[in-house]
Ligand binder design. Structure first.
Ligand code: ATP
Ligand code: MG
Length: 496
């Protein structure tokens, strides 16, 4: 095809051999591929076989004459330009041929230059036409490609197992796939185009999607995920991303919904397993611990210092294990929601005094000051589970002492603000880097750096604290400057 643009295929149909050969010579020099036929039917056969662009057709031939051949060529579905060669000044034939669809004519006898002019003209016309056709074909192909690409993406989104919903910058739903409809029980008859809160009833999730749609989270890394609990006990994890335009302007949001019910069940099974194992281990370990303590007493003065040291280390380790098991049990109790035992009337000031007294020894060992600041006016008595409160502040103050250098200061301040009691545990210790702050409440999360590396712990303290604070309807927050210190603030509602 490309090749035939350069060398045009020309067919000469003429009964006079001299004229055929003469035309061939001229046309070959014009870089044409020349085919020759002495009769009409012979010429038509060549047309069927070859990709002929131009036909030089003698009108007057024995047998099938030129006009007849022209008609047949025109009836063929081919873009062939026919130049008719008319006899001595027979203009009528030329006109008639043009009417049927001949492209041009030349009359015998012709000069080589005349032939060159008509053929060149025809060739230009033919090439222009072919170029236009090729352009058109290309355009059609791109459109077709676009179309198939569009439908391909459409098919993929439609068959995704995850729910997908796309909103515009106003929070209107532009697209939702069948999985999304299935998860949220949205009937097929309900069309897109409405605001997101028409389809999702969870207010907090709608707010998050609105924020993403409006471009509040252009930084992909700071977008929180959201767990959605559906009425049929199904858990969905929603994860959204903004759709950004060329200039990084926000065009809307894409939100993906993954069914995490199975993971949740597994998590629950794991917690139950941990709880069971912890429970089973606790009493034998306690027995071992007590027996070690007894044996250790008998060692005094009898066995060598080394033996005593070894045994007391074993006792220490067992105590550590018992405390770990206690933590795990607390955690699983918090997770299953059976934490708050009997809410009792508690004086928070007394409770904090006891804890500060108890932990005073530990602070003294590190030459730290540990102080409690209470308001002049008596605090209202609160109704809560004292064990939960002890665990909350015990953990926070222990952490403050542990993660503060020798000679540091730990301050506990309690005050009554509005309808809540606020307790702040402040230290001037190691501090926590910003990037760890939202993770320290995760189970087993511990910050490892030069200062904390040698401090033992399991990373269960803060998750327990968080669970307990939640269970009494409170609120906990942390602020910290690395290298300077940390403040944990707990808000406890006063219920009357
Ligand atoms: P344990 O389960 O024995 O309490 P832990 O103290 O390591 O172990 P968390 O109480 O959950 O676990 O604390 C998690 C992490 O948070 C700690 O490892 C520590 O790095 C950091 N952290 C907690 N409190 C402070 C604080 N007051 N100052 C600096 N870092 C702290
Ligand atoms: Mg701790």
């Amino acid at each position: 095809m490309e090749n035939s643009i350069k060398t045009t295929q020309v067919l000469v149909i003429d009964d006079e051999q001299d004229l055929r050969d003469g035309a061939e010579r001229i046309l070959t020099r014009m870089e044409c591929d020349v085919f020759k036929a002495s009769r009409g039917d012979e010429g038509l056969d060549i047309i069927k076989e070859e990709e002929i662009a131009i036909v030089l057709l003698d009108m007057k031939m024995p047998g099938m004459d030129g006009m007849e051949v022209l008609k047949i060529i025109k009836d063929m579905d081919k873009e062939i330009l026919v130049i008719v060669i008319t006899g001595y000044a027979t203009l009528e034939t030329a006109i008639e041929a043009m009417k049927i669809g001949a492209y041009d004519f030349i009359s015998k006898p012709y000069e080589p230059e005349q032939l060159r002019i008509v053929v060149r003209r025809a060739r230009e016309k033919f090439e222009l036409k072919r170029e236009a056709e090729q352009l058109e074909a290309k355009r059609k192909k791109t459109l077709l490609d676009l179309d198939t690409e569009k439908s391909r993406i459409h098919t993929i989104i439609e068959s995704l197992p995850n729910g997908v919903v796309v909103t515009n910058s106003e929070g209107k739903v532009m697209l939702m796939n069948p999985s999304f409809r299935l998860h949220l029980g949205i009937d097929k008859s309900i069309a897109t185009g409405q605001h997101i809160d028409t389809y999702i009833s969870d207010k907090a999730l709608c707010n998050l999607i609105m924020e993403i749609s409006r471009g509040k989270h252009v930084d992909f890394n700071d977008i929180p995920t959201y767990e959605l609990l559906l009425p049929n006990n199904k858990y969905l994890m929603a994860r959204g991303r903004p759709v950004l335009g060329d200039k990084r302007e926000c065009l809307g949001a894409v939100v993906n919904f993954m069914d995490i019910s199975a993971m949740k069940t597994l998590d629950q099974l794991k917690s139950e397993f941990v709880a069971k194992v912890s429970h089973e281990l606790r009493s034998p370990l306690s027995t071992i611990h007590e027996q070690l303590a007894l044996v250790l007493k008998e060692f005094v003065g009898v066995k060598s210092e080394e033996d005593q040291h070894m045994l007391s280390r074993a006792k220490e380790k067992t105590r550590g294990l018992i405390s770990l098991i206690g933590d795990l049990l607390d955690l699983s109790r918090i997770e299953s929601g059976i934490v708050v035992q009997e809410p009792k009337q508690v004086s928070l000031v007394d409770l904090l005094k006891d804890i500060v007294d108890f932990l005073g020894t530990r602070a003294k060992n590190k030459m730290q000051s540990l102080t409690l600041e209470v308001p002049d006016d008596p605090l209202p008595i609160i109704k809560a589970d004292p064990i939960a409160l002890e665990s909350i502040f015990g953990n926070l103050i222990t952490n403050a002492v542990n993660y503060t250098q020798d000679k540091g200061a730990v301050k506990v301040k309690v005050e009554y603000i509005g309808i809540n009691i606020r307790v702040m545990v402040t230290d001037n210790g190691f501090g926590i880097e910003e990037r760890h702050l939202d993770k320290i409440f995760d189970r087993f999360y511990r910050v490892k750096n030069d200062k904390t590396r040698y401090i033992t712990g399991t990373g269960l303290g803060l998750p327990i604290v968080k669970g307990l604070v939640d269970s009494i309807g409170g609120f906990i927050d942390v602020e910290s400057t690395f290298g300077k210190g940390t403040v944990f603030t707990v808000i406890i509602p006063v219920k009357t």
